[in-house]
Design a protein around this ligand. Structure first.
Ligand SMILES: Nc1nc2c(ncn2[C@@H]2O[C@H](COP(=O)(O)OP(=O)(O)OP(=O)(O)O)[C@@H](O)[C@H]2O)c(=O)[nH]1
Length: 416
């Protein structure tokens, strides 16, 4: 079966399915309206009471960092009241398919990339050396990364020869297929996609990345997603360095309806994370998401800070952190690549979260990161809404890049 057809079957819903989905949505809306009429908020609110006794006991057993300010103890754990989680609007909750999210989120990249590809195939009658040279430029301009592009062109040339493809139009499909193949390399999709979870208790995710990349927003989005899946989520405000970072995380905690462990600005991040773990344990949380500061200016400090935080996590929750997630801003292109290199030297990054993928026309950065750094992209930010965080899926990504062509392909199919 052709690759475009496979993608179509996987991601494009038929009219009947769309109809069913619309009916389901209408039913859900009606239920929500009824619930509101009964005085219940559309999102489940959360009233949480902390067992302070237990966390105090843990602290007295020896917080790892003596310099943690004692006067903050009573405000270390924030408790949000029931009304606080309704700020996620119904509009934001609207259900979209993974395909429509990737299609919408990658529209800038698609518009630039597919128009260049279409222009290229329209100008060539046969697939020759010049064609591949121009294709190379198109891929490089989409930030795919020189090394990855070279590998890709080599494989494309072999494939085109093997299948004896003469018509440049037919190369589009081969490109899409190769993009997926190059992304996975020798790995199975199941091994590199999705976040690792601890089946036996608390799962801990450690977030790292420089300031301004969208770390806080991503943590908020992930907390919302996990909570919507029925998980008991808690956050630790380990970015004690950037002014306003703690308050910003607290805001997200309120918005999403999860509690946040915090100390005052400038305090030791490892102490916050330690308290976050005790709090998560005492409330039997399923997931703790830890924020950290990213000071790139001083690599030694960054390394020391992250290794101290990791040591505390490893000691207090053996087997954790289950993921060390580096947030990179897709709009910063090759700068993101150099940040990834620095952070991988400072700590064991297990996955990348690529934020603001919707804000760039150079979405090819996904492939460069995966291929040149050998770190999988676990999550992608596809917009500013709380629900605009998706588990990365290379097939959905390629569908997002080639959606228009796949639709044209459908037409060709229908008319043939
Ligand atoms: N369009 C779009 N905007 C995003 C995405 N993720 C984050 N943003 C926006 O990027 C801006 C910065 O994000 P924040 O999370 O506030 O990041 P920050 O506070 O500057 O810095 P850190 O938390 O240290 O990364 C905010 O306006 C976010 O709404 C995304 O996936 N798409």
């Amino acid at each position: 079966m052709s690759f475009f057809k496979k993608l179509k079957e996987k991601f494009v819903k038929g009219p009947e399915e769309e109809e069913e989905k619309r009916d389901e949505n209408t039913e859900e809306e009606e239920t929500e309206v009824e619930a509101e009429a009964d005085g219940n908020p559309p999102l489940d609110g959360e009233t949480e009471v902390i067992d302070d006794g237990e966390s105090d006991e843990a602290e007295s057993k020896g917080s790892p960092v003596e310099e943690a300010p004692a006067e903050d103890e009573e405000e270390q754990v924030q408790v949000f009241e029931e009304s606080s989680s309704v700020e996620v609007t119904e509009d934001e909750e609207e259900e979209e398919t993974i395909a429509s999210k990737f299609k919408k989120g990658l529209s800038k990249t698609r518009n630039s990339f597919s128009s260049k590809i279409n222009d290229l195939v329209a100008r060539y009658r046969t697939v020759d050396e010049d064609f591949f040279e121009e294709l190379e430029e198109v891929l490089i301009s989409a930030d795919v990364g020189v090394t990855t592009v070279m590998e890709m062109i080599e494989e494309l040339e072999m494939e085109v020869k093997r299948r004896n493809i003469q018509d440049p139009q037919k190369v589009k499909e081969v490109i899409s297929e190769k993009l997926v193949e190059i992304y996975y390399g020798d790995d199975d999709a199941g091994d590199i996609e999705g976040l690792v979870e601890n089946p036996d208790g608390l799962t801990i995710y450690l977030f790292v990345g420089v300031n301004g990349v969208g770390k806080t927003t991503t943590i908020g989005k992930l907390a919302h997603r996990l909570k919507s899946e029925g998980k008991n989520v808690t956050l630790a405000a380990g970015d004690t360095f950037r002014a306003g970072a703690i308050e910003q995380l607290e805001e997200w905690g309120k918005r999403v309806g999860v509690n946040v462990t915090k100390h005052s600005e400038g305090s030791d991040p490892a102490a916050v994370i330690y308290d976050g773990i005790q709090s998560a344990k005492s409330r039997q949380a399923d997931v703790l998401i830890c924020d950290t500061a990213g000071r790139l200016q001083n690599k030694v400090n960054l390394m020391n800070e992250l290794s101290k935080v990791k040591r505390v996590i490893e000691r207090e929750a053996p087997g954790a952190p289950h993921e060390v997630l580096l947030v990179l801003d897709a709009t910063t292109g090759q700068n993101a690549m150099s940040q990834a290199k620095t952070f991988s030297e400072a700590t064991d990054v297990s996955g990348i979260v690529l934020s603001k993928l919707d804000g760039t026309a150079k979405g090819g950065i996904v492939l460069a990161i995966r291929n040149e750094l050998d770190i999988p992209v676990k999550l992608v930010g596809l917009g500013e809404k709380v629900t605009d965080l998706e588990t990365f899926d290379a097939h959905a990504f390629v569908y997002g890049l080639f959606a228009d062509m796949i639709e044209d392909y459908e037409d060709e199919e229908k008319t043939s």
